[in-house]
Design a protein around this ligand. Structure first.
Ligand code: GH3
Ligand code: MG
Ligand code: MG
Length: 367
C-alpha cells in the first residue's frame, strides 16, 4: 500500500531509493496524523485545551506539507541524508515539546510520543544520530518543564522531576537499542545486496562458456526449446546455423593450444557482429558454435550464415600467422512445423557434414 502510494506520488517513479524515502515520509505523515487525532480526542474528552489540539493539528499538517514539498520537488536530494530522517524526527520532537508547554495535565502521557518519533528514526539512523535526537528531546522537554514552572510556580515539581528522570533513562536507552536494531538492519541489507550480486553472478556463470564468454550449450538448448515453441505458436519460420571451425586441430597442432584458445575467443568477438538483437549466438561445444535465428526462413538463415563465413574468412586472428586463414563451414537448418529441436540440430549437423565433405569454408542447407 505504502509502496503503491509512494510510487504514485514520487517525483522520480523510476528511482527506487527516492520512492523508498517517499514511502517512509508517508509512514511518518501517517503517524503524525494519528498524533493529531489523539490530540483532538483528548480535547474532545476535555483533557486538553481545544486551542492546543487545533494548534497541534495545524502545525502537524504544516510540517507534513513542508516535507511533502521537499520530497516532491526533489529538494531533499540536496541534503547530506536525502531521507531527511533526522530532520523529520527532530521537527517532530520540537513540535511535540511545543504542544506539551500547553498540554497541562496531559503532558506526562504525551511524552510517549517522543518514543514514536524516535522509533521512526530507527529505520535509518545510527546510535550517534539517535543519541543526538534523544538529547534534543531531553533538552526540549527540560525547557518545557522550565517554561511550565515559570508560568505556574505551583506546579508539582516532584512529579515533573520524576517525568524528566524517566525520560533521561528511557530516551538514551532507546537510542542505544534503536542504534543496535539499525545496525542489524543495515547488516542484513548489506548481506542481501551481496547475496543478490552473488546470485546474479551465478546466473551469468551458469549460462556462459568459461573460455570465450559466449552463451554455453545449456543456454543454447534452452533458447532452442523456447524459440521452437514460439515458432509453433505464431506459425513463424525459425532457423539454426551450426558453425564449425575448419581444421581447427591443425591450428592447435601448429601454433599451440593457447593460440587455439585465442582464435576461439576472437571468433566469438567477430561472429555475432551483424546479428539482430533477437538472435542468439553461443558455443555449442569445442570449436562448434550455434546461431539461433528466430523468425528467419531458409533464405534469411543462408544469408546470415554466409555473412559469418565471409567475415571469418576475411579476418586476421591473433596467435597465428596472417597467412594462416581461419575458415568455417556452416550447416543451416530451418524448423519444420511440428518438428523436434533434436531433429533440427541433426539436420544442421548433416548439412555441416556435407559442407566438410565438399571442401569446407562454405554454407550448406539440405533439402
Ligand atoms: P574439421 O574441419 O573437420 O572440423 O576439422 P577440425 O580439426 O576442426 O575438427 P576436429 O573435430 O578433428 O578437431 C577439433 C579440435 O578442436 C580438437 C580439439 O582439441 C580442439 N578444441 C576443442 N575445444 C578447444 C578449446 O577450448 N581450445 C583449443 N585450443 N582447442 C580446442
Ligand atoms: Mg572443426
Ligand atoms: Mg567440430
Amino acid at each position: 500500500m505504502i509502496e503503491v502510494l509512494s510510487r504514485h506520488f514520487s517525483t522520480f517513479p523510476a528511482d527506487d531509493r527516492q520512492s523508498l524515502r517517499f514511502g517512509r515520509f508517508l509512514i511518518a505523515a501517517g503517524t503524525s496524523v494519528l498524533v493529531s487525532l489523539a490530540l483532538l480526542l483528548l480535547a474532545f474528552l476535555g483533557l486538553l485545551a481545544w486551542r492546543t489540539a487545533l494548534e497541534g493539528t495545524a502545525g502537524i499538517l504544516t510540517l507534513i506539507a513542508l516535507f511533502f514539498v521537499l520530497f516532491r520537488t526533489g529538494l531533499n536530494l540536496r541534503f547530506s541524508d536525502p531521507s531527511l530522517t533526522t530532520e523529520q524526527v527532530g521537527a517532530a520532537i520540537l513540535f511535540l515539546a511545543y504542544i506539551m508547554v500547553h498540554a497541562g495535565p496531559a503532558r506526562p502521557a504525551l511524552t510517549l510520543f517522543y518514543l514514536m518519533a524516535m522509533l521512526f528514526g530507527v529505520l535509518r539512523l545510527n546510535v550517534a544520530r539517535l543519541m543526538g535526537l534523544a538529547l534534543l528531546a531531553l533538552a526540549a522537554h527540560g525547557t518545557v518543564l522550565q517554561v511550565t514552572y515559570l508560568r505556574d510556580p505551583a506546579m508539582d515539581t516532584r512529579a515533573a522531576l520524576t517525568e524528566f528522570g524517566v525520560l533521561m533513562i528511557v530516551l538514551p536507552w532507546f537510542a542505544v537499542m534503536g542504534g543496535y536494531v539499525n545496525r542489524l538492519r543495515t547488516r542484513l541489507s548489506d548481506s542481501n545486496k551481496k547475496l543478490r550480486k552473488a546470485f546474479d553472478r551465478l546466473g551469468e556463470v551458469a549460462i556462459r562458456d568459461e573460455l570465450t564468454g559466449a552463451y554455453n550449450r545449456r543456454f543454447l538448448l534452452e533458447t532452442l526449446a523456447r524459440e521452437r515453441s514460439r515458432a509453433e505458436r505464431r506459425a513463424e519460420p525459425f532457423s539454426v546455423c551450426l558453425v564449425d571451425l575448419d581444421h581447427f586441430k591443425a591450428i592447435n597442432d601448429t601454433f599451440g593450444h593457447a593460440a587455439g584458445d585465442a582464435v576461439l575467443k576472437h571468433f566469438v568477438a567477430l561472429a555475432p557482429r551483424g546479428l539482430r538483437g533477437i538472435d542468439t549466438f553461443g558455443r555449442f561445444g569445442g570449436e562448434e558454435f550455434l546461431l539461433v535465428l528466430p523468425n528467419t526462413d531458409r533464405q534469411g538463415a543462408l544469408a546470415a550464415a554466409e555473412r559469418v563465413r565471409a567475415a571469418i574468412e576475411a579476418a586476421t586472428f591473433p596467435g597465428i600467422t596472417d597467412e594462416r586463414r581461419v575458415t568455417v563451414t556452416v550447416g543451416v537448418a530451418t524448423h519444420a512445423k511440428g518438428g523436434d529441436v533434436s531433429v533440427l540440430l541433426a539436420r544442421a549437423d548433416e548439412a555441416l557434414y556435407q559442407g566438410k565433405l565438399t571442401g569446407r569454408n562454405r554454407v550448406i542447407a539440405l533439402g
